[in-house]
Design a binder for this molecule. Sequence first.
Ligand SMILES: [Zn+2]
Length: 496
Amino acid sequence: MQDFKSYTLDRRPARGQLVKRLVLSVIFLLILAAGFLFLISNPTEESQPVNSPDSDTESQPEQQRKLILPLSLPGQPQESRQTPPPVKQNSKGFISQAVAAEPAESSETVKAAEMIPAPDEVAQPTATEEARKTVYKIRSGDSMASIFKKNKLSPSLLHQIVNSSKTAKQLTDIRPGETLHLAFDADDKLLSLRLEHSKVDSLEILATAEGFSATEKSRAVETRNTHLSGVIENSLYVSAKKSGLSDQLIMQLADIFGWDIDFALEIRSGDRFTVIFEEDYLDGEKLRDGPILAAEFINQGNTYQALRYVDDTGRADYYTPEGRSMRKAFLRAPVDFRRISSRFTKERYHPVLGKKRPHRGVDYAAKTGTPIRASGDGKVIFRGKKGGYGKTIIIQHGQTYTTLYAHLSRYNKKARKGKRVKQGQVIGYVGKTGLATGPHLHYEFRVNGVHRNPLTVKLPAAKPIAKKYRDDFMIKIQPLISKLDLISRTLVADAQ
Ligand SMILES: [Zn+2]
């Protein structure tokens, strides 16, 4: 990128009169051509500002860049960039600095900077002009110290920056995937440093006369509501994907309804779903999916609706239109539905014992090593080998319920006897210890010591919406329910 410096210098007019005139006319033509290019295209990516152009010659570097770019750097990636930089409220007098720093940005960072309206970069003369810029993608194992070393910056400078303010201290906590921008002046002095945590959030540190100023910046994200519906052909995943739901939304959907519907085994072709969800946009471009706001699932003719409610402590949860929690005190299955290959409940001929015997639990076939989760909050009251069960864990949940997990290949070391476990916490791994022909989890559910079929037992629900939020909940969910109903009716009408 430094090459064109010499190019600019070479463009000095020659001594001979004729040559001079020729060169001048060539320059004139080039300026015309550049101006034309400028008019027909968006402003292209700016090159590095040439060595310290002074503030009184603002337009000149402009021209030089326009000239140089199309001519001397044809191979250079020149992604057109709508606009330069996200300079919103900058602290104190650093606006000009940041603005001037932007045009030299490397193409790697185009996405972060592209959507902001162009600030009037010419109008802001700066004292110290940026001459060089480095963009660094942070990888695992990197530290700020190692990056500083690579860039020939002293450890004491890093120390000085990090200790300049509480905000600047964040610099010690870099993560893989983040991007670091370093800007230097012509004397290789560090002018600014920007750590981009994400497309939205960044930390900017600018060298000032007094030391360093650090600012956290967050770009405004616009949220839009949208919805998608689909009819299931055979698998939830495939059909939901086909209808346009992202993996993340599919998992959210499965989490919301997974308490009522067994997505591995109870899905039927013709089941339908509708999802109303948020999408986050950054300057008109989709950034990511937000949370599901409301969803409906029709499984074998039964309609389930779920509505998201955020209470004033910021805690979000899903409820039925009546305000009952979608969650239960117990997971329907202690193994992730995507990893279950089959399940058995009925009385059957025991392949190992060679005789018929009642089966008092559910067997979930899954690969050895598949994590097993505690189906509810509770306390481990047994962990060890237990005859035909092999390696077994029993959890006590309150006074009434116990759950048993058998044939484990190994235990999770946190699920020791006497320890409290949380719902969903991994307590062990699928195996085939004891009397088992293949790897599977044998799961039992007992109510007051009596075996119940975990697949059909009525599971106690988690707490309903708190009384103090109930009125607010009822008001807020109305538009969502109306919308769900409307979409549902349209779907049915379309299908007929
Ligand atoms: Zn079994």
